[in-house]
Design a protein around this ligand. Structure first.
Ligand code: NAI
Length: 336
């Protein structure tokens, strides 16, 4: 199949070419993201292959339909950037990589916690400058702290178990309860209780209308003063203005984010030589107790291999009419 691969970085090309080494599919790489302005690039292709910040709105989907594109292949698990209803209506299949390496994201969430808490990023810079002073690098011990996990699917479960290993008291909120987690000592509770008693809150639910801006002014008001919030899920789970206000008031003690509300304008780009076109991220980065990484939680060799393998397999399965139901988004959505 002829595939237009959008938002391509060097690593995407390396791993996809490796997974497609028999050259079954013709992959044509574009640096630009897929959006209304760039959609004509999909002309003469059977498939588009996209990532988290490509924008597949109703208009984009109608346009790719008119260009005769038959399938959208996501190189990720989340599909909140695709208008699924329009894709179904236009009979364009949407395939994704439902699971690649949950541990990659869970471990990155833990890395954000440890860095914010033990300030290893600051210690590294100090020592490099010959400053061996440890003042203001005080942290706290994780053992005995209460960690609230919102969303205990594949990533949230992996994260919860790691935090149990640190000796934390792990509580969780999800619309479904995972019995294996309960057996390993995790206690499910209401969202309000989780907000009220957690020392650290980590977000692992998808972005849906229900979870949009789950962290907002009222929920932040419920939290313990000085709470740490970690978001490796989707940027829009947090109302950034409310988070900035809570940081200024000291209500939010630490914020670690791998995702950001407006990330499509800035993440995955080198903006080091220009003025960052986003006031809010600049404000966030000015706080000493905020740590931002640019959507790299998934970014391990295992995960990249798995994403590329499943993406190429999804293309072949589409061609052979042997699509795996768990990889197809339309079917899942219709079933819900
Ligand atoms: P999953 O589908 O295995 O788990 C999601 C869990 O959230 C499910 O247990 C579901 O019941 C729960 N959930 C749904 N609505 C909820 C609600 N309103 N409140 C509480 N829980 C709710 O998904 P997985 O693989 O664990 O991924 C979670 C999220 O992580 C993805 O949706 C994606 O946004 C994000 N992600 C981020 C990556 C990164 O590099 N930063 C990479 C991969 C995923």
């Amino acid at each position: 199949m002829k595939v237009a691969v959008f938002s391509t970085k060097s690593y995407d090309k390396d791993y996809l070419d490796k997974a497609n080494k028999n050259k079954r599919h013709e992959l044509v790489y574009f640096d630009s993201s897929l959006k209304e302005k760039t959609v004509r690039l999909a002309e003469n292709f059977d498939a588009v292959c996209v990532f988290v910040n490509d924008s597949l709105t109703k208009e984009v989907i109608e346009c790719i339909k008119s260009l005769n594109v038959k399938v959208i292949v996501l190189r990720c698990a989340g599909f909140n950037n695709v208008d699924i209803a329009s894709a179904c209506k236009n009979n364009i299949k949407v395939l994704r990589v439902p699971a690649y390496s949950p541990n990659a994201v869970a471990e990155h969430a833990v890395a954000l916690i440890l860095t914010l808490n033990r300030k290893t990023h600051k210690a590294y810079n100090r020592v490099r400058e010959g400053n061996f002073n440890i003042e203001r690098l005080t942290g706290f011990e994780l053992s005995g702290k209460t960690v609230g996990v919102i969303g205990t699917g594949k990533i949230g479960s992996s994260f919860a178990l790691i935090m149990r290993g640190f000796g934390c008291n792990v509580i969780a909120f999800d619309t479904y309860k995972n019995n294996d987690l309960i057996n390993s000592g995790v206690r499910y509770c209401s969202l309000d209780e989780l907000f009220k008693i957690s020392d650290i809150i980590s977000l692992h639910c998808p972005l849906t209308p229900e979870t949009n801006r789950l962290i907002n002014k009222p929920s932040l008001a419920l939290t313990k003063k000085g709470v740490m919030i970690i978001n490796t899920s989707r940027g829009k789970l947090i109302d950034t203005d409310a988070a900035i206000d809570a940081l200024k008031e000291g209500q939010l003690g630490y914020l670690g984010i791998d995702v950001y509300e407006q990330e499509e304008k800035i993440f995955f780009k080198d903006l080091s030589e220009i003025i960052i076109p986003d006031e809010k991220i600049s404000r966030l980065m000015s706080f000493p107790n905020v740590l931002v990484t640019a959507h790299q939680a998934y970014f391990t060799d295992n995960a990249l291999n798995q994403i590329a393998k499943t993406t190429i397999q999804n293309l072949s399965d589409f061609e052979n009419n042997t699509i795996k139901s768990q990889n197809q988004v339309c079917i899942n959505v219709i079933k819900q």
